[in-house]
Design a protein around this ligand. Structure first.
Ligand code: SAM
Length: 503
């Protein structure tokens, strides 16, 4: 490590990622589903969005490129991250995003904080549990100064008790890895090898704990940059939800609900017996504690507001009926069964089938979907429809339904594809900027690549050239798979992205 990061990894950069739960449309939906007023940003709203610990900045960049009226301000203390993010914004010609190099432990008191505007939305993904108390205190002071009354804050963090069983794993990976490697990513690599050796040697703290055992399996294919930022920090410590809520109350923030939208529905999250225990409490924090005991929530995505304006059911449902949703999948791919925290659940085909069909042509208003004559099911529950469709990643809220793609978003998507093709694994889930959605449209790099080849004048018949260019290091089998991926991109995904206003 370089020594200036107060024990946070600074000698390797973090990987690039887009995280939809950081988007104001998801944050607002979480509030509305929990009956707290936080209108989804309107098409012309001048939203002020602030991201803390933005890393390489992709989420902020996608949001800025999708919303020309927004002012996006993104902060990280690693100059390598800020330099990369600024270069990306400049190459894409984005003028509504500012990347600020600053240490959150002192920014609140620094004259540089004048560059951070008051915020309607703040998001911090992968920051809170990974930084020392001095940084957490600095974050709270900054939030106290900068979140507007009524503003919403999204925080993701490693949560207890789910993480409790893996404390030993992290300690071994970090402390032993440090003895075996020099740079943080090499240390993480060596630490993981040691953890895997312990697993193979039947170490009780791994093999007798199914969650920890499964975690070790999941870590195998992870990029070493990810492992370094996840496991090698001095101060990493998971915490209970109520302790985070107590800390953020110092910024007058009140807990509202989860940005993992399904988790806001007790029926989908807990068994009847578990619900009966949770319902003994009217304190929402204690209910969450019971929930955290019952389900596997190692990474929580929570939403807080500064000044909760409670809505009655009629007002909430009226707001939800007006939400526009856009399908992320083909109508034929609509899932009729899904894994929920409470177990596998069936989705009524006679209800969701016609709804998916109606959405195939483009974004639809929730109230109009629930009024479709052909659906068979409850027409008076917009919360459940939104919770299921958006919570299962099947649909995205649309801020400007059917708006044409902007030059800005098209340019950003082209530049982003070029940048990521040089640096990232092609299979990672990413997002394209969409003015129509006002948020990211989910897309892989293969799909972005196919889109850009078409937009730059290629015909579909040139798919063989794309396979040859991208699959230059692949054998015949690999090229065959790549062809299938591009064929799906052309025939399934690009029509969806068209309906989402990406192209
Ligand atoms: C795990 S990464 C997450 C990055 C990004 N949010 C993402 O999910 O891709 C945490 C980020 O917080 C930044 N960070 C850590 N300590 C910080 C501090 N004291 N001030 C500002 N940024 C900090 C790191 O440089 C890193 O980019």
């Amino acid at each position: 490590m370089n020594g200036w990061g107060s024990g946070y990894v600074t000698d390797v950069t973090y990987m690039t990622g887009y995280y939809r739960s950081q988007s104001p449309s998801i944050i607002s939906l979480a509030c509305l589903l929990c009956s707290v007023a936080s209108p989804l940003p309107g098409p012309d709203d001048a939203v002020s969005y602030v991201e803390l610990g933005c890393g390489q900045g992709l989420t902020s960049l996608v949001l800025a490129a999708s919303n020309p009226h927004w002012k996006v301000t993104s902060i990280d203390f690693n100059p390598a991250h800020i330099a990369a993010a600024r270069a990306w914004a400049a190459q894409a010609g984005l003028e509504n995003v500012t990347f600020l190099e600053a240490d959150l432990s002192t920014l609140g008191e620094d004259p540089a904080s004048a560059q951070v505007p008051e915020a309607d939305f703040v998001s911090m993904h992968g920051l809170w549990s990974w930084v020392p108390p001095a940084v957490q205190h600095g974050i709270v002071r900054l939030l106290r100064a900068k979140v507007k009354p009524g503003g919403a804050v999204h925080v993701s963090f490693n949560a207890l008790p789910a993480w409790g069983g893996a404390l030993g794993l992290q300690r071994v990976l970090r402390d032993c890895g440090r003895r075996l490697g020099s740079r943080s990513d090499r240390q993480a690599e060596e630490g993981l090898k040691l953890v895997q050796a312990l697993r193979d040697a039947d170490a009780l703290q791994i093999v007798r704990q199914p969650w920890v055992h499964a975690l070790v399996e999941r870590m195998g294919p992870m990029p070493t940059q990810y492992l370094a930022h996840e496991y090698m920090n001095d101060a990493w410590v998971p915490c209970f939800h109520a302790d985070l809520a107590a800390a953020l109350s110092g910024a007058k923030l009140e807990w509202v609900g989860s940005a993992s939208l399904i988790e806001n529905f007790p029926d989908l999250t807990l068994t009847p017996e578990q619900r009966a225990i949770a319902q003994r409490f009217d304190d929402p924090l204690l209910r969450e504690l019971v929930k955290d005991m019952c389900i596997d929530r190692s990474l929580r995505h929570d939403v807080f507001v500064r000044g909760a304006r409670r809505m009655n059911t009629a007002a909430r449902d009226a707001a939800l009926m007006d939400v526009r949703l856009s399908l992320n999948i083909a109508a034929s791919e609509m899932p009729y069964e899904a894994d929920m925290p409470a177990g596998r659940a069936g989705l009524n085909r006679a209800f969701y089938g016609p709804i998916a069909q109606a959405m195939a042509t483009g974004p639809q208003r929730v109230g109009d979907l629930l009024a479709l004559p052909e659906i068979d099911g409850k027409r008076d529950n917009p919360a459940e429809l939104i919770g299921i469709l958006v919570g299962l990643d099947v649909a995205e809220p649309a801020a400007r339904p059917r708006a044409a793609p902007t030059e800005q978003a098209l340019r950003f998507n082209r530049v982003t594809t070029e940048i990521l093709a040089r640096t990232e694994n092609f299979g990672r889930p990413l997002a394209a900027a969409s003015y129509a959605l006002g948020t990211g449209a989910p897309a892989t790099l293969f799909e972005l690549h196919a889109m850009n080849r078409l937009l730059s004048g290629d015909s579909e018949a040139q798919l063989g050239d794309w396979v040859r260019d991208i699959g230059v290091n692949l054998d015949d089998e690999g090229r065959g798979k790549l062809r299938q991926v591009f064929e799906r991109a052309l025939h399934v995904k690009l029509p969806i992205m068209r309906a989402q206003g990406v192209l």
